[in-house]
Structures are given as C-alpha cells and as structure tokens.
Design a protein around this ligand. Structure first.
Ligand code: GAL
Length: 507
C-alpha cells in the first residue's frame, strides 16, 4: 500500500467537476514558507467550461478504468471511486466520525458505557449526521497476561462479560461500527498487554471479533526497538523550540534524516500489514504523537495519524495543538488525515471555545471523535457537534484537502506561536468556500474578511455568504465585511458563489 496507489482513481475529471455544485479556482499558500516538513499534496484539477470532447474522452477513460481495473462506483455520482481491487484499505477515505471512551472515562470502562454511548449517538441524532464509530480505548483487556494457550489478548471478563465480540454484536445491531485500541510496544500506555511481536495474531483476533477500527498507540517500546535518534515534536513550552524548530541537537536526528526506515515506522507498518492481511476492512489510525518524523511515512501507513501528544480539556492545550497542526496540513487529503486528537467539546470548555475547537478541527479535516459523556452533554454542545456546514466540509466527497490559514493575524504569517495561532482560515469545498475568523483573545475583537485576501475568492468582487452557526443567508457581499467576534469564538461563513450586486460590509 503506498500513497500513489491509495490515491489512484481519486482525481476528479471534468465530467465530475460538472457535478460539483460549486467550485472555484483554489489559490494556495506558498508551501516553501512552511516551518516544518510539508510535502505538497498532489495538485487538484480545476476544470471550467469543459467541452463536449473533454467530456467524451473523460467518460471513455472512466469506463476503461472501471472495466480494466475493477473499480466500482460509490453512491450516486460517477466518482469518487474506491481504491483498486486488491488494495485492501477500503475504509478511511474521509476523516473518521464517532465517539471514543478515553477523554470522558479513561480506564473506567465497561460494556454498558459503550452500549449507552451507541444509543445516545442515535437518540441525539449524531448517527444521522454521520458519527458511526464507537471506539474502545485503553484498559479493555486483562492487564498482565495473554491467553496461556492461544496467546490472544483476553477481554477483561468483569468489564466485558460477553467478550469484545459480544459488545461488537450489540454495537453493530444498532447500525454502528466498533473500534479497539492497542500499542506498538509491550504494554499499552495504561499498562495492559499490547501488540508488538503479536501483530498477526492480534489483527486476526480483532477481525474475528468483527472490529472495524484500530487506534494503535506507541507506549512501552522495548530497547531493541528504540530509534537511533528523535524527530522534533515542537510542543509544550520548551526553551529549545524556536519558531517550531527544535534547537538542541542532543539525541535529535540530523536535518534531512530519512524517518521512513526508522524502527518506529517499521513497528507501525507491521500492524498495517497484519490488518491488511485480514478479510475484514479495519480502519488503521496511528497514535504515535507525531514522533519519528511521522509526517514522512504516515500517509503510506494508515489513514490517520496523531500529530501531537494528548489533548486535554484546557484551552491552552487546544490552542497549542491547533498551532502545531496548522503547519502539517499539506499532508492531508483523501485517505490521509492528520489527527489533532479527540474532541473535548462537552468536557468543560466554554461554548465559544467549543465552537472554535470544533470548527477548526473540522476545517483541518481531523478525524472527529467525540470525547464526552453523551448522557450529560448539553444541547448547545450537541448542536455544535452536528453543525451541518462544518460536517459537510469535513466529509466532502469531492474535495480532499483541508482548510488552511491565509493570514495569521496577531503574529506575522508563518509564526509558530502556541498562544496566538493562525486566526484567518479558508478552504474550498463542493458547497463553497469555508471562511473562519478565529479570535484567540479573551474579549471580543472586530475581525475583517476581505475577499482580496482569501486565496479562493480573490478573483471576484461580489460573493454570496451564509452564516455557518445559524444557517442564515446573509446575501451578496461586496468586497468583504467586518464582524465582532466574541472572546475565544470563531465566526464561520460559507461563501456559496458569485453574485451580481453586493452590499458593502454588512453581515
Ligand atoms: C495515550 C493516547 C491517548 C489514550 C491513552 C490511553 O498515549 O495518546 O489518546 O489512548 O494513551 O492510555
């Protein structure tokens, strides 16, 4: 499995572009200005005014692909196609949507918690808008040992009296999918038996239990699997990180180091191969916290990869992860998503903080795994998690790349600052251009959206605008607008198309 194979058949052709309800020419930031490793994604194809002959040739090519390579169609449109037959990773084209036990419950889990979460996903209408995975995190197994004769991991009989298979059956009966967790080391992070050296057995066991998703962690790596040097993960205020670059060379890999041959990459590839050998498609989500230069090899290994250490429900930590991930977005496209960690909406953030957290995670095309107790979550938090426009952007069937900053705001562009990350974001989608104006300050600030600054909108003067939190149609705007944004909040707009006569500055 490699990135080029994975993306085969993924590019829209002219015929398909005609089906996209809305599309504009996409400007992009200068990737050479990136502070961190950012290989560019493959270029997007923008076709306007396709001729009859272009359509004919495109249709012919498409039919040939279907016949020769065994592609098949998904949904109603001609595209997107699934990956080629024989390429087993058939899940994970879009960011995963679901719920995970860790942020809300840590090790305090049992079958009831998952069945309750599954039922609440349904009752709250979250399943209807796409949340589908119910993911078991750490602490599901017997802590100390594997099965004495089969060597399998053993589900804790107190927590899962029907085994994981029993829980999986119940979750599936509710029309949802189920995820499991392990680590590419001897023990999981909470100290339970893990999978290094048992990849094939464990992958087969999960497949036999009808598991749909694996989160694979990075704890308790034995010495013989240690890397020869470390990559830079520029987080936690540290004296030796200057504008996103680690400056203390002790133990660090030299510039230009090839991390694809690191032992960490090898550990995670072993599990990839074990999963791909199973008859059941299991979504492979890497959780190695951005270490060992994961940006170099994640895309060929799994469909999502954590880019940092753990999130927690504190505003400074959320800003820190946002800042860091904003520099990794050129690696994100269909089949590969930088995971900014599970959501903390519902775990004590203010409503404004929750809106910013969700809007920016959705815009970055991070997996969106709800991390709160769905029995106590507030209605206004559920409304954020269900926002139609943000979910549609995150789950776009036609446009793979995420939104990106077009201007930093408080800081000069490309400044790496955990307290004042980029504030002005935009991204193309099949429904329009998403524009986010984020206010990192505690008190309200007036922010300005100017079409001439937004890469996707530069070509036009009048654009139709919809407000994303309310769905209110603002109408045709000439040039841009000013808006007062509450402290820690994000104003969010969808620019849906060009229009004729606009009002100036009124939203
Ligand atoms: C961490 C991981 C968390 C959670 C935890 C369980 O390494 O980043 O998301 O899974 O382990 O112990």
């Amino acid at each position: 499995m490699d990135a080029s194979k994975r993306k085969a058949g993924e590019t829209l052709d002219s015929a398909d572009m005609e089906k996209v309800p809305y599309h504009v020419t996409h400007g992009s930031m200068d990737p050479s200005k990136s502070l961190l490793d950012k290989p560019s994604p493959p270029p997007r194809h923008h076709v306007r005014g396709a001729t009859f002959w272009t359509l004919l040739v495109a249709t012919f090519l498409l039919l040939t692909m279907v016949l020769l390579r065994g592609y098949y169609q998904l949904g109603l449109g001609l595209l997107p196609l699934s990956p080629p037959v024989g390429f087993n990773q058939t899940v994970g084209r879009l960011p995963a949507l679901g719920w995970n036990s860790w942020n809300a419950f840590h090790c305090n889990i049992n079958e009831d918690k998952f069945i309750t979460a599954a039922k609440r996903l349904i009752e709250l209408g979250l399943k209807d808008v796409g949340y589908e995975y119910v993911n078991i995190d750490d602490c599901w197994q017997v802590r100390e040992y594997r099965h004495p004769t089969t060597n399998q991991l053993i589900p804790d009989p107190g927590r899962f009296p029907n085994g994981i298979k029993g829980t999986a059956d119940k979750v599936h009966a509710l029309g949802l999918k189920i995820g499991i967790y392990s680590s590419a080391g001897d023990w999981t992070c909470a100290g339970y038996r893990a999978s290094l050296g048992y990849e094939e057995l464990d992958a087969k066991t999960w497949s036999d239990w009808d598991i749909d998703y694996l989160k694979y962690d990075n704890c308790y790596v034995p010495n013989n699997w240690a890397d020869e040097c470390r990559g830079c993960v520029p987080e936690y205020p540290r004296g030796d990180v200057v504008n996103g670059t680690c400056t203390n060379p002790t133990g660090m890999c030299p510039p230009g180091y090839n991390y694809t041959t690191s032992k960490t990459a090898l550990r995670f590839r072993r599990m990839r191969d074990a999963l791909l050998a199973q008859p059941r498609p299991i979504l492979y989500s890497l959780c190695e916290w951005g270490e060992a230069g994961v940006q170099q090899w994640a895309n060929e290994t799994g469909v999502s990869w954590r880019m940092s250490g753990d999130i927690n429900p504190s505003w400074p930590r959320i800003l820190e992860i946002l800042n860091q991930n904003s520099f990794y977005l050129n690696n994100v496209d269909f089949w590969g998503h930088s995971d900014a960690d599970m959501l903390e909406v519902g775990n004590g953030l203010s409503i404004h903080q929750s809106r910013s957290h969700f809007a920016l995670w959705a815009a970055m095309k991070s997996p969106l795994l709800i991390g709160c107790d769905l029995e106590t979550v507030k209605g206004e938090e559920v409304a954020i998690l269900k926002n139609e426009y943000l979910l549609a952007f995150n789950q776009d069937e036609y446009v793979g790349p995420p939104a990106k900053p077009y201007k930093w705001g408080t800081n000069p562009d490309w400044t790496f600052n955990a307290s004042f990350p980029a504030e002005f974001w935009s991204g193309d989608s099949s429904r329009g251009v998403l524009v986010l104006l984020f206010n990192p300050y505690e008190t309200s600030r007036v922010k300005q959206a100017l079409w001439e600054e937004i890469p996707e909108l530069k070509g036009g003067r009048y654009w139709d605008v919809v407000e994303v939190w309310t769905g209110r149609e603002i109408g045709c705007i000439d040039g841009g607008f000013d808006i007062e944004v509450e402290g820690h909040d994000t104003a969010a707009f969808l620019v849906t198309g060009e229009c004729v006569v606009g009002k100036r500055g009124e939203v």
